[in-house]
Design a binder for this molecule. Structure first.
Ligand SMILES: C[S@@+](CC[C@H](N)C(=O)[O-])C[C@H]1O[C@@H](n2cnc3c(N)ncnc32)[C@H](O)[C@@H]1O
Length: 653
C-alpha cells in the first residue's frame, strides 16, 4: 500500500519496501512476502538463493521460491532480488573469485527468468573492484529490462578489507584513507561505461556525511534508500523517529523518486499509534497478532511522506517535463505556432513585470506636468500575438500617459492575429501593426521606448542582440530599451540521466547541442556565475556580439570529488531600473514559467577531484548567417572543444 497520495506525484517514491534478512524457521519467501504486503509494505528485497549455496558441478540452484509458487505479477511487482552477499569478485583467492562470478551470473539469470524489475548487487568489498565491474558489465550487455542497483553505504565509509593493513601501520592516514562511497560508485559506473541499467541503492545508517557531500547523489541514478533501523532515534513516547538531517534527506529522496526500503532488526517494540497514518486507512487489514517487526518504522516513514507539502500547481503542470530534453526554439529563423504563443501568454508574471517596467519608463520619460501635451512613441518589436502591446497600454492607463504604439512582427501568421486583436479590443487609433523584420523596417518616426521579449533560456540565445542592433536604428538617441540588459549564467552539474539520454543517440552532434530542460534529477556543484552580458541600446561604433568568457568554479570543500556531465544555463534580465525578470536560481522571478533552464552537455563527463577547481570556457561566435556557442573545459582535465564552427548546433540569423 503506497505511503500516501500526493496530488500530481505518481513517482515510485510512494512505494516502501522491506529487506528480508533471513527467512524465519518454517517460513519461505511466499509467506514472508504475504506478511509484508499484509503489513502495508509494497515490496520485499529478498535473497533469491540459499545464502549457503556455493557452486558445485551438477547442483540445482537452491532458489528461495520458484515461479510455480509465486505468479509472474507477484515476482515482478513485489520482489526485488538480493544477490548473495558473500560474493567477492576481487578476492585474492581465485576459487572464491570464480565461485562468485558463477553465482552472480546464475542468480541474475534466475532473476531475469522471473522478470524481476531490479536486483540489488552487494556493496563492493574493496576500493578496487575492477573484476566485479567487469562481470557486471558483461551481465549488463545481456539484460533487457531488469536494472541492477549497486548497494553502497551513504557515508564516508569504513576502510575496506585491503586498506586495513595500510592503516595499521599509519594511524594518521586514517582520515585520508577513508573511502568515499561516491568514489566507488564513480569508478564502477565508469568501468561499466555509464550503463543506464546500472543504478544505486544507498544504505542509510545513523551517521550522515555533510550536506554538500550528500547533494552529489541527487544527480546520480539512486533508486533506493535502504534505511537501517539503527538510523532511527526514539521519541519521548518510545516510538522511532529520525533526526532533522535524516528527515531532510528522506524528503529529498521522496522528491527525486527514490524508494525507501526499511532494513535491520527492530529496536522499537511498540504498539500501533492509534489513528496512525497507515492504520487510519479504511481498507487497512493489519492483524495486530502478526504485526510486522518493522511496522513502527513504516508508520513513521509514511508520516514523513504525508507530511510533505503538496506539489505546487506549477510543479504539477511541469512534472512531465522533468529532465526531458527539448531543442531550444528558434523564433527568428522559424515561425512560432499559435499553441506556442498561447503557452507564453499564460505567464501572467512575465507580463506583469513588463507592465511595471513600461510604467516606470513612462513616468521617467513624461513628467506629470507634460502628461496632457506629450504622446510617447512605444514600439513593441517581436510583438507576437500582442501581449506586450496589452501590457504597454495598461501601463499607459495606469500612469495616465498618452501612448502611440507600433507592433512590429515578422511572423505573418501572428500578424493576422494581431490585426484581429486590435479590432476586437478597439485599439485602432492607438496601435499600428507592422508586418516586417525589425532589422529591415524603415520606421516613419523614432521611438521613445522599444519593448521586446526575444530572450531565450540563456538570454541571448534567441538572438535578441542581433535583432535589437537592427531595431535601435529607430530608437531616439535618449530612448529606452526594455529590456535594458540581460546576462547569462552557468553552473556545473551532475546529471547522469541527461547524459544517458544524450548518449542513446550514439553520435557526437547530440553532445554538442544545447537543450532546454526542466532540470530535476541533478546535483548543482557550485553557485552559478555570469557568462555574457548585452546592454541596449548600444550606439557605440563597431559593436560586436562575439563574446568569450573563462570561468573557474570552486566546489565546496566538504563535498568530495564529483563528476560533471555539463553546465546548467540561466539568464537574468534588467527590464528597466529595478524591474528584472529571470531564471537564475538565486534571483529567479517567482511563479514565472516561460523558461526552463538550458543544458550544455559534455561529450565525456569530467571527473573533478576533491577540492580541485574546474575551469570552463564559453564562446559566442557570429557569422553572417548564424550564431553559435562553443564550450570546453581545461581543468582539471581538458575536454574537446564542443561544437567547433557550430557544426552541431547553431541559431539561424
Ligand atoms: C519569444 S516571442 C515573444 C512574443 C510576444 N512578445 C510575447 O511575449 O508573447 C518573440 C517574437 O518575436 C518575433 N521576432 C523574432 N525576431 C524578429 C525580428 N527580427 N523581427 C520581427 N519579429 C521578430 C517572433 O516571430 C516572435 O513572435
Amino acid at each position: 500500500m503506497p505511503l500516501g497520495q500526493r496530488a500530481g506525484d505518481k513517482s515510485d517514491s510512494r512505494y516502501c519496501g522491506v529487506e528480508v534478512l533471513d527467512f524465519p524457521a518454517g517460513e519461505g519467501l511466499p509467506a514472508v512476502l504475504n506478511h509484508s504486503l499484509a503489513s502495508s509494505f509494497d515490496f520485499i528485497l529478498a535473497p533469491l538463493v540459499d545464502p549457503n549455496y556455493r557452486p558445485t558441478p551438477g547442483a540445482v540452484l537452491p532458489v528461495s521460491a520458484s515461479d510455480l509458487v509465486l505468479g509472474p505479477a507477484q515476482w515482478s511487482n513485489h520482489v526485488v532480488g538480493k544477490i548473495s552477499e558473500w560474493i567477492d569478485l576481487d578476492a585474492e583467492d581465485e576459487q572464491l573469485r570464480l565461485d562468485s562470478e558463477l553465482t552472480l551470473k546464475q542468480e541474475i539469470a534466475w532473476a531475469s527468468h522471473l522478470s524481476l524489475q531490479a536486483c540489488v548487487l552487494p556493496a563492493p568489498r574493496r576500493s578496487s573492484c575492477g573484476n566485479y565491474a567487469r562481470v557486471v558489465n558483461q551481465i549488463l550487455q545481456g539484460l533487457t529490462n531488469m536494472h541492477l542497483w549497486l548497494r553502497l553505504p551513504l557515508e564516508k565509509s569504513e576502510p575496506m578489507d585491503d586498506d586495513l593493513d595500510k592503516l595499521k601501520h599509519n594511524n594518521n592516514a586514517l582520515q585520508n584513507e577513508m573511502v568515499d562511497s561516491w568514489e566507488l560508485w564513480n569508478s564502477f559506473r565508469l568501468l561499466c561505461d555509464h550503463s543506464s541499467q546500472l543504478c544505486v541503492a544507498l544504505d542509510i545508517s545513523s551517521t550522515l556525511p555533510s550536506i554538500n557531500s550528500l547533494g552529489r547523489w541527487f544527480g546520480e541514478p539512486v533508486r533506493a534508500a535502504i534505511l537501517q533501523t539503527n538510523a532511527f532515534l526514539t521519541n519521548g513516547r518510545g516510538y522511532p523517529c529520525l533526526s532533522k538531517r535524516h528527515q531532510k534527506l528522506l524528503t529529498g529522496f521522496f522528491n527525486h523518486s527514490v524508494q525507501v526500503i526499511l532494513s535491520g532488526r527492530s529496536n522499537h517494540n511498540v504498539p500501533p499509534v492509534s489513528g496512525g497514518v497507515l492504520l487510519g486507512d479504511e481498507n487497512h487489514t493489519e492483524d495486530a497478532s502478526v504485526r510486522h517487526a518493522l511496522s513502527p518504522y513504516l508508520e513513521y516513514t509514511a508520516y514523513l511522506y504525508r507530511r510533505m507539502d503538496p506539489l505546487p500547481e506549477q510543479e504539477r503542470f511541469e512534472i512531465n517535463y522533468r529532465d526531458f530534453l527539448q531543442s531550444p526554439l528558434q523564433p527568428l529563423m522559424d515561425n512560432l505556432e499559435a499553441q506556442t504563443y498561447e503557452t507564453f501568454e499564460k505567464d501572467v508574471v512575465k507580463y506583469t513585470q513588463y507592465q511595471r517596467a513600461v510604467a516606470k519608463a513612462l513616468v521617467d520619460r513624461v513628467p506629470d506636468d507634460a502628461v496632457s501635451t506629450t504622446r510617447t512613441v512605444l514600439m513593441v518589436v517581436g510583438a507576437g500575438r500582442g501581449p506586450l502591446v496589452r501590457a504597454s497600454l495598461q501601463a499607459a492607463e495606469e500612469t495616465g500617459r498618452k501612448l502611440k504604439v507600433y507592433a512590429v512582427e515578422k511572423n505573418p501568421n501572428a500578424v493576422i492575429t494581431l490585426h484581429s486583436l486590435i479590432k476586437l479590443e478597439g485599439w485602432e487609433s492607438l496601435v499600428t501593426v507592422i508586418s516586417s523584420d525589425m532589422r529591415c523596417w524603415d520606421a516613419p518616426e523614432k521611438a521613445d521606448i522599444l519593448v521586446s521579449e526575444l530572450l531565450g533560456s540563456f538570454g541571448d540565445n534567441e538572438l535578441s542582440p542581433e535583432c535589437l542592433d537592427g531595431a535601435q536604428r529607430f530608437l531616439k538617441p535618449d530612448g529606452i530599451s526594455i529590456p535594458s540588459s540581460y546576462t547569462s549564467f552557468i553552473q556545473p552539474i551532475t546529471a547522469s540521466k541527461l547524459h544517458n539520454d544524450i548518449k542513446a543517440h550514439k553520435d557526437i552532434a547530440h553532445f554538442e547541442t544545447a537543450y532546454v530542460v526542466k532540470l530535476h534529477r541533478i546535483a548543482t556543484l557550485a553557485p552559478p556565475q555570469q557568462v555574457f552580458t548585452f546592454t541596449h541600446p548600444d550606439f557605440s561604433p563597431n559593436v560586436s556580439n562575439q563574446r568569450y568568457t573563462k570561468l573557474q568554479f570552486e566546489m565546496p570543500p566538504d563535498m568530495g570529488s564529483c563528476l560533471v556531465h555539463g553546465f546548467a544555463g540561466y539568464f537574468d534580465s534588467v527590464l528597466y531600473k529595478d524591474v528584472h525578470l529571470g531564471i537564475e536560481p538565486n534571483t529567479a522571478t517567482p511563479n514565472m514559467f516561460s523558461w526552463f533552464p538550458i543544458f550544455f552537455p559534455l561529450r565525456k563527463p569530467i571527473y573533478v577531484p576533491d577540492r580541485s577547481p574546474i575551469e570552463v570556457h564559453f564562446w559566442r561566435c557570429c557569422a553572417p548567417t548564424k550564431v553559435w556557442y562553443e564550450w570546453a573545459v581545461t581543468a582539471p582535465t581538458p575536454s574537446p572543444i564542443h561544437n567547433s564552427n557550430g557544426r552541431s548546433y547553431w541559431v539561424g540569423l
